[in-house]
Ligand binder design. Structure first.
Ligand code: HEM
Length: 495
């Protein structure tokens, strides 16, 4: 391989490729991390590669993350990078199908919906869903302990959709899950793939099914809102309830259609990210009996009754579990569900000399029209930043047996986020960003932590996990979310 010398001396180096339009699509698509680590060795932290005709400029490391995630709205646009993928799935008028300022207000509405009261009620509802699943689907109990080999991704996808629909999404969604909703979600999923990202409109059946599912799902949410208005349906502390009645700063209210589309967006944003994270988490537990025992002991110490049963966890309890918390952090470090965060470059971006200096006096400039790619997963697995970067070691996060404030808590308090090992975050310049950073940062982090803590807690209380495969499975990068490939574990009911 050799560097193709770009005509413009200030343009970042272009990754060598044989076929002009195709570029590095195969290599990047198969294993984006291997590709990016290798390119970093050859070209430095900033380089451009060709992906099916598009010019993608990757900026790596904490400073690279900052360049894209901390970029000004006038310079980088998420909506221009994502809308052709997301709008057919979420629907029109929200998220990336509206000006950025409206998305920022929609995110505020969502934040306001995630009140302490709502989260407390979610904590009460989730364990019952898990128990029902264990009894009906796993059919494991003290009388019939197993062991049983399960596809952990399948199991977690179900537990995540059951618990999210019962709480955030609303009771009516939960009640219709097995009737029609699951099929619609599947059709939407099949329209949310790298193929859809690259080719927004192809005359394929999956694209037609995606569009039909979007309409039916959106209509279903609308019918829920209509029935609630007539008093035919009850509501709880769910997000439909929170969003209905929200009004933009200019006085325009969210329409029912807007709410429906935001609910679909939330469903899609949380489903695969959290099922992937929990699957990786359980796979590691099955392969690490020491951590599994510590996690179980944490449940016994905090919630165990003398008769061997457990008292329920409250929302407040979930924030005080250092082993659980560090396991989630560590899983997200090694398996960030989103490997590439994209923005379209609207105005040329000058790359600071400290990030990449092709010669003594020339700085790179990322041209308008490129897609700038942030890959926090690269700095999260960088051996220059983390000790034994490739191994899953939750204990690295523990400070004197306790855990430092969560990144989210530090972030919310406007404090410097300190990850230990000299890895310090300054706002958007950070080596650890599984939830992104800056204006597009995840609003679902708190909900995700609550859900993961409760669902995994329920699993660990009830089952002993053992490995069903020789090693942690390979990663599947063919989907939008980083998933384990054909992952299996053994479950055995604790007696
Ligand atoms: C944004 C990760 C769960 C809703 C993001 C971003 C990341 C992310 C990396 C930034 C995307 C970008 O900058 O382009 C995760 C992970 C999750 C998770 C790792 C779980 C482990 C959730 C959940 C919800 C959610 C449960 C909803 C309840 C959102 C929303 C955005 C977002 C609304 C904002 C998009 C924007 O402003 O452009 N998430 N997410 N996420 N996430 Fe999450």
């Amino acid at each position: 391989r050799q560097i193709l010398v770009p005509t413009d001396p200030t343009a970042p180096p272009v990754v060598f490729h044989y076929i002009p339009w195709f570029g590095s699509a195969a290599y990047y698509g198969m294993d984006p991390y291997k590709f990016m680590f290798e390119c970093r060795d050859k070209y430095g932290d900033v380089f451009t590669f060709i992906l099916l005709g598009r010019r993608m400029t990757v900026a790596l490391g904490p400073k690279g993350n900052n360049l894209s995630l901390g970029g000004k709205v006038s310079h980088v646009s998420a909506e221009d990078a994502y809308t052709h993928l997301t709008t057919p799935v979420f629907g029109k008028g929200v998220v990336y199908d509206c000006p950025n300022d409206m998305l920022m207000q929609q995110k505020k509405f969502i934040k306001h919906g995630l009140t302490t009261e709502a989260l407390q009620s979610y904590a009460e509802l989730m364990p019952a869903e898990c128990q029902e699943y264990f009894a009906k689907e796993l059919k494991l109990s003290k009388q019939n302990p197993g062991p049983k080999t399960v596809d952990v991704l399948h199991m977690m996808a179900q537990l995540i959709v059951l618990t999210a629909s019962r709480t955030l999404q609303g009771k009516e969604i939960r009640d219709n899950l097995s009737v029609r909703f699951a099929k619609l979600l599947e059709d939407l999923d099949k329209g949310f793939t790298p193929l859809n990202m690259m080719f927004p409109n192809l005359p394929l059946p999956s694209y037609r099914r995606r569009d039909a599912a979007q309409k039916e799902m959106s209509d279903f949410y609308m019918s829920i809102m209509a029935k609630r208005r007539t008093g035919e349906h009850d509501h709880e502390n769910d997000m439909i309830q929170a969003l209905q009645g929200s009004v933009y700063r200019n006085g325009t209210p969210l329409t029912d259609r807007d709410v429906a589309h935001m609910m679909i967006a939330l469903l899609m944003a949380g489903q695969h990210t959290s099922s992937a994270t929990s699957s990786w988490f359980l796979l590691h537990l099955a392969h690490d009996q020491d951590i599994q025992q510590r996690l179980y002991q944490e449940q016994v110490d905090n919630f165990g009754n003398p008769d061997g049963t457990f008292r329920p966890m409250t929302f407040e309890d979930t924030k005080k579990l250092p082993i659980m918390d560090s396991c989630i952090r560590e899983t997200l470090r090694l398996h960030a569900p989103i490997h590439s965060i994209l923005r379209k470059v609207l105005q040329p971006i000058v790359v600071p000399q400290s990030l990449a200096a092709p010669s003594e006096n020339v700085s790179y400039v990322i041209p308008k029209g490129h897609i700038i790619v942030a890959a926090p997963g690269v700095s999260q697995m960088d051996p220059k930043i983390w000790e034994k970067a490739g191994s899953w070691n939750p204990l690295r996060w523990l400070v004197d047996g306790g855990i430092a404030k969560t990144a989210n808590e530090q972030y919310q308090a406007g404090e410097k986020v300190d990850y230990g090992f000299g890895a310090v975050s300054k706002g958007t310049e950070s080596p650890y960003q599984p939830f992104g950073a800056g204006r597009h940062r995840c609003v679902g982090e708190q909900f995700a932590y609550l859900q993961l803590t409760l669902v995994i807690g329920e699993i660990v209380r009830n089952f002993k996990l053992t490995a069903a495969q020789k090693a942690i499975p390979e990663t599947n990068y063919q989907t939008m979310i980083v998933l384990p490939l054909d992952p299996k574990i053994n479950l055995e009911a604790r007696v």
